[in-house]
Ligand binder design. Sequence first.
Ligand SMILES: [Ca+2]
Ligand SMILES: [Ca+2]
Length: 142
Amino acid sequence: MKLLTLVSLLVLVCCSNGKRLVEINTQTSFKADSGMDGSGHVSMQFTSTTGEHCSVSEMDHPSFNDYRTGAFDRYAGELTQGCYEHEFTDPLQDVFVQHWGSDAWRFDFVRVIFDDNTFVDCGSGNHNIDDGDSVLVPCTYN
Ligand SMILES: [Ca+2]
Ligand SMILES: [Ca+2]
C-alpha cells in the first residue's frame, strides 16, 4: 500500500504537468546566401498534437548578427517571447515559420528544448523562405 502511494505520488509529480519550453535553436543552412541580414525576419508558431500553441513574433538577438549562413543560433528566456516557459502537455507537432523582408532565409531545422532537458527537431533541411513566404515544418521525435 505504501509503495503504491509512493508510486502514484511519483507519477503525479513527474507527469501531471507538461513540458515547458525553455529554448529555441535554429540551424541556418550552409549553402551560399542561406543567411539573413537585417532586411529579413522570421516569426514562428509552435503547435502540439492537440492544438496547444505559442508564438514568437520576431525571433532575433537584438545586439547580435544572428541567422548567418551556417549558424546555429540559440534563443532563450525572453527572446522566446510568447513561448517563454510555455507549457505543452502533448508533443509538438509542427512549427509554422513565416518570413518577411527582402533577404531570404534557408534553414535546416528548428530545435525546441524543454525544461526536462529533452528536445525535438522540426525540419528536414533546406527549407527556403523569402518575401512573406511561410512554411509548415513537422517535428520529429527520435
Ligand atoms: Ca539580430
Ligand atoms: Ca539570404
